[in-house]
Write a protein that binds this ligand. Structure first.
Ligand code: ZN
Length: 676
């Protein structure tokens, strides 16, 4: 627990000093001052400091909200090295940061870097949020910041023992040649995407104080898009603290949630232009706004990931807790009623008022927007010059009257988690008809010529075994192509957090004979991969001069509208939301969704091959941009990579079982070797 020396904000009054004789008063005051200079300066906790010294724009004292106090103390807890606050607006995070800057100057000078999204933001922050702090009485006791003085520039302030620099994350120069003790990342979800040459601004900021023995790193931001949100990722890595407050009627401690109008959450009437709002407790009690202050005063921060406590404290807080007049429950209800019909405004509401990343609710991205952002200079059938790995996916479909077809897709993968839809095709024929599989054999063994003239074959093909009626046919086909075809099965539960699980052996029936452990079956966590895909499809096309962000999903110019519609064919809906987390499931928005399934399975296979961990050098070899001694075909290299990742355990066991024998010569696989 925190060990910061507490209290003792004022000088101790000894008994002798209280016996003030009129003539000695001046001497006593001098002695008192002299003593105060000798005594070690006790450092108050930030909560105490903030309650006493924080001032608003007009110079009036601020009374902190109870939920702010523990967050504030994490700033001055020497055991806390990293702090992340995922927040809505109107919760007063900037007051905490302001107070901490003042505390530093007064009690513990340090080298402080504050990053804002842009240099313009940095200047604005300095003028509007920092300059007033430098005039607080408590700061003026120890430091004077004179107008137009060299030590008081807009983005660089110097004081005895320390300095403050305010920087913009939009320029790589802002991250160079500066070493600090504190790094603050303000609104880090508003930083630009990673650039080709410089990397991710969030990570660059993190590096600025690595060499400081007393480093402290804090980020506060409203989240943007699930999957790419920096603050969301930091929140997950930290202690994940939520604010529990008691119901004034039944006493149950609970997290305040917006809700969906059925269980716990904010309610209002009338629906269109609310004039009254209240909160419904998890046990159904009706709570009025007037109770909010008492509830927060009796509230507690509870970590959902205590392992990270106290080294990395992360907090989630949103408007419903705030006693700011603009955050009253009726105001939140009014805002929601206004924006609910407009997806863009709703997204802003989710970010700014609920403090949540968009897509957390699982809305499918609008297919029109994705269709419009397709790549003008890419075509289906031609992998881009950065594609180093091709993965195929097959979805088996049954039609009426014994008919059926296979949906076959190919995705290309490259460095920085980028991927591209390369091929999509419908293969007519029922799973029960051997001719269908012969056709598939021809198709999966073909070669794709990349934009820079390389020839790529598929490294792997995933095939969905899900539909019970065709499972045996799928197993049989997969068994014919060991090390190439992967039979997969989706696990759609929202809570599954593993993209692809180690395979299990399945029995198969072949020509009426049962073969035990005849084929391997991989299980894919489809929900998390769909959320990832949707988050990445939500990335905006880079502007002129910007690089494509990490994880970008490229759709060639000639994809059809139907392909795009299939790719975003499902959305995550909440079935029932209680106590801050509810049951959720994926619902089809339209009947055809094979393109989505295939995209997910291809990504799962790519993960099993280890692409997210491949180094720049491994990619360069695949892409032929560095010379390897003898360059094997790209697909074969990918297979080698796979053997050291997904099937690592398997091959290790095999090796252990037969330590002395030379490795058995592998039967060449018609699909992965070039057959020269
Ligand atoms: Zn209650």
């Amino acid at each position: 627990m925190p060990t910061t020396p507490a209290k003792a904000k004022r000088l101790p009054k000894s008994d002798t000093l209280t016996l003030e004789l009129s003539g000695d008063a001046a001497i006593l005051a001098a002695v008192r001052e002299w003593l105060s200079m000798l005594a070690p300066r006790p450092k108050p906790k930030l909560s105490e400091f903030m309650s006493e010294h924080a001032r608003d724009d007009t110079g009036a004292p601020i009374t902190p909200f109870p939920f702010q106090l523990d967050m504030a103390d994490a700033f001055t807890d020497p055991e806390t090295e990293r702090l992340s606050c995922r927040k809505s607006s109107r919760i007063g995070y900037s007051t905490i940061l302001q107070s901490f800057v003042a505390w530093r100057i007064r009690y513990d000078p340090a080298r402080t870097l504050i990053y804002q999204p842009t240099i313009d933001d940095a200047e604005k922050f300095s003028r509007d949020d920092l300059d007033p702090v430098l005039q607080w009485d408590i700061v003026r006791e120890v430091a004077t910041f004179k107008p137009r003085h060299a030590d008081n520039q807009i983005r660089a302030k110097r004081y005895k023992g320390g300095w403050i620099q305010i920087k913009g994350a939009n320029s790589p120069k802002e991250f160079r040649r500066v070493t600090a003790d504190d790094v603050f990342q303000e609104e880090c979800d508003g930083y630009p995407h990673a650039s080709k040459d410089e990397g991710d601004p969030g990570r660059l900021a993190d590096k600025r104080n690595l060499t400081s023995p007393r480093r402290f790193n804090a980020a506060g931001s409203t989240p943007k898009v699930k999957g790419t949100s920096r603050i969301d990722k930091r929140f997950e890595e930290g202690s994940q603290e939520y604010r529990y407050v008691p119901c004034p009627h039944c006493g149950e401690m609970q997290i305040l949630t917006f809700g969906d109008g059925t269980g716990a959450g904010i309610r209002w009437e009338p629906k269109k232009n609310p004039t009254r709002a209240w909160y419904v407790c998890v046990n159904g009690c009706v709570i009025e706004e007037e109770h909010k202050a008492d509830m927060d005063a009796a509230g507690q921060w509870r970590p959902h990931n205590p392992a990270a406590f106290p080294r990395h404290r992360s907090f989630h807080i949103w408007a419903a807790y705030s006693q700011h007049p603009g955050a009253a429950w009726i105001e939140i209800a009014r805002e929601f009623a206004e924006v609910r019909g407009d997806p863009n405004q709703l997204r802003t509401f989710v970010n700014q008022v609920l403090g949540e990343a968009w897509v957390e609710k699982g809305e499918a991205p609008e297919w029109e927007r994705i269709y419009l952002r397709r790549e003008r200079n890419m075509l289906l059938g031609t992998p881009a010059s950065w594609v180093g790995l091709l993965v195929g996916s097959v979805d088996v479909q049954r039609g009426s009257g014994g008919q059926g077809w296979l949906k076959f897709s190919v995705w290309g993968f490259g460095p920085h988690r980028r991927r591209m839809l390369v091929h999509s095709e419908r293969i007519e024929g029922a799973a029960s008809d051997p001719a269908t599989w012969t056709t598939l054999n021809d198709i999966v063994s073909q070669t794709w010529k990349t934009a820079d003239g390389r020839h790529l074959k598929l490294a792997r093909v995933a095939i969905d075994s899900g539909d019970g009626a065709s499972t045996m046919a799928v197993y049989t086909w997969a068994r014919q192509h060991p090390g190439f075809a992967m039979a997969v099965k989706g696990r759609p539960a929202v809570g599954v957090l593993q993209a692809i699980s180690p395979p299990t052996w399945q029995d198969i029936a072949l020509n009426g004979r049962k073969i035990r452990r005849g084929v391997k079956l991989w299980t894919v966590g489809t929900s998390m991969l769909k959320l990832e895909l949707y988050g990445l499809l939500g990335l905006e096309t880079p502007k002129e001069g910007e690089d494509y962000p990490d994880g970008y999903v490229y759709l060639p110019d000639d994809v059809s509208q139907d392909m795009v519609k299939e790719l975003v064919a499902e959305q995550l809906v909440e079935i029932n939301k209680r106590k801050g987390g509810g049951a959720e499931k994926w619902d089809k928005l339209q009947e055809r969704n094979e393109e989505l399934d295939n995209a997910i399975y291809a990504r799962a296979v790519a993960i099993s091959l280890g692409v997210d961990r491949w180094t720049a050098r491994q990619w360069a070899k695949l892409l032929g941009t560095v010379k390897a001694p003898r360059r094997p075909p790209a697909a074969a290299q990918a297979s080698q990579a796979a053997e050291t990742t997904a099937e690592q355990r398997q091959s290790k066991q095999t090796a252990a079982a037969r330590p002395k024998r030379p490795a058995p010569s592998r039967r060449s696989n018609p699909f992965t070797s070039r057959g020269r």
